[in-house]
Ligand binder design. Structure first.
Ligand code: ZN
Ligand code: ZN
Length: 246
């Protein structure tokens, strides 16, 4: 499974970059996880938009769905742009927030599909499992398996050790890290660097990628603070185009 960071900023994208978006690929099947502001532009560095098979959304905050409208318009115009025909395309979200779920659909061009935390979602070679997080909007972390590899994405969440249980056995944990050591993210449903590192230690994953990064401070400090909590685990911060094959 190939994983590429399309966007990694908390709240809004910095110049020329994007808020949350991650591309996973296996056997020529491509799933975009979250579609924040700037993602549709940045994604085209890594694949053509018509090569996307599915989109899975963790929750309906704008830094995770800000570019859904751009994807809708792409699908609307695709038949006029491409002579290759329109590839089937699915967009998936939870239905706990009916208003949010509605935003995923567009006329008869894009129909949203619901995932539920009780069922696994199979998309091509991928199997998704969902875990509710601690966040002001209903939000789901995801375990993503394909070809014998496993990725765990916390999405947006306050610290909750239960997620570590779910993440056990993964080769990589992509964990949100919105704050620095000493800053309390709990009221906003976010983790700081110490909590992200602690979660990786409990999950016993070999690698931790910090994402959903703050617009202030020095990100290298996030790595040092998280690393102190999980010695022996590889810790990096997300960057546009960061990629790994698990
Ligand atoms: Zn959020
Ligand atoms: Zn967010």
């Amino acid at each position: 499974m190939k994983v590429t960071v399309v966007g990694y900023w908390h709240a809004f994208p910095q110049k020329g970059e994007a808020a949350s978006g991650y591309l996973v690929e296996h056997n020529n099947y491509r799933v975009l996880i979250d579609c924040g502001s700037g993602v549709v532009s940045q994604l085209q560095h890594y694949c053509n938009l018509d090569e996307l098979d599915a989109v899975v959304i963790s929750h309906y905050h704008n830094d995770h769905i800000g570019d859904i409208g751009a994807l809708h318009y792409f699908r609307l115009l695709q038949p006029y742009i491409s002579n290759k025909g329109v590839k089937p395309f699915g967009i998936y979200g939870h239905q706990e927030d009916a208003e949010g779920f509605k935003k995923l659909s567009f006329k008869d061009v894009v129909n949203a599909n619901a995932y539920t935390p009780n069922d696994q979602l199979e998309l091509g070679p991928f199997i998704f499992s969902f875990y509710k997080t601690t966040h002001p909007a209903a939000c789901y972390a995801m375990k993503i398996e394909a070809g014998g590899s496993t990725l765990f994405y916390t999405a947006d969440t306050g610290y909750m050790p239960e997620l570590a249980e779910a993440a056990k056995g993964s080769q990589l944990m992509i964990a949100e890290c919105s704050l620095y050591k000493g800053q309390d993210g709990a009221p906003a449903g976010h983790m700081n660097s110490v909590e992200a590192g602690g979660l990786a230690r409990l999950a016993e994953v070999p690698a931790l990628l910090l994402t959903h990064l703050p617009h202030f401070g020095d990100h290298s400090r996030l790595v040092k603070e998280a690393q102190a909590e999980c010695p022996g685990i590889s810790v990096e911060t997300a960057k546009s185009g960061w990629t790994i094959t698990l």
